[in-house]
Design a protein around this ligand. Structure first.
Ligand code: RTP
Ligand code: MG
Length: 139
């Protein structure tokens, strides 16, 4: 089934000018970038986005990191896009990520791990709606 998932290229990757290299891995995997915008996340946006993690010990650090520099928010489209992008990203901890994955190639640490991808179709819809309207997405 053709799906859409939500992606963020995180500040550690934009800082090292890796946007194009990350996008090349995404496109080589057969995913289509159907919306994309470079933004500076506000604390409010980051706190809302990571609400599910608010009781976790790393929440403060995570919000600090996600607001520390520009990010690129994206909508990716393709066959089974949610699961496919999770596979392309690799494990949360780059030390455990498979060869060829974005996190293996580029991530600095478990916190500064270069990309976000939705973990379910339901969350993808919620996350896309936090940053894009239907008119922004051109499939
Ligand atoms: P994401 O939501 O960013 O796509 O990453 P994920 O599903 O692979 O990982 P998740 O468990 O949802 O954690 C969200 C983000 O929080 C940061 N984190 N830091 N210091 C830590 O132990 C720790 N654990 C997670 C990472 O940036 C992770 O991507
Ligand atoms: Mg997650």
């Amino acid at each position: 089934m053709t799906e859409r998932t939500f992606s963020i290229i995180k500040p550690d990757a934009t800082e090292r000018n890796l946007t194009g290299k990350v996008n090349a891995v995404i496109e080589d995997a057969g995913l289509r970038i159907v919306a994309q915008r470079r933004i500076r996340m506000t604390r409010q946006q980051a706190e809302t986005f990571y609400e599910v993690h608010k009781e976790r010990p790393f929440f403060g650090e995570l919000v600090d990191f996600m607001t520390s520099g520009p990010v690129v928010v994206q909508v990716l489209e393709g066959e089974g896009a949610v699961a496919k992008y999770r596979e392309v990203m690799g494990a949360t901890n780059p030390a455990q990520a498979a060869d060829g994955t974005i996190r293996k190639l580029f991530a600095k640490s478990v916190g500064e791990n270069s990309v976000h991808g939705s973990d379910s179709l339901e969350n993808a819809k919620i996350e896309i709606a936090q940053f894009f309207t239907d008119a922004d997405i051109v499939g």
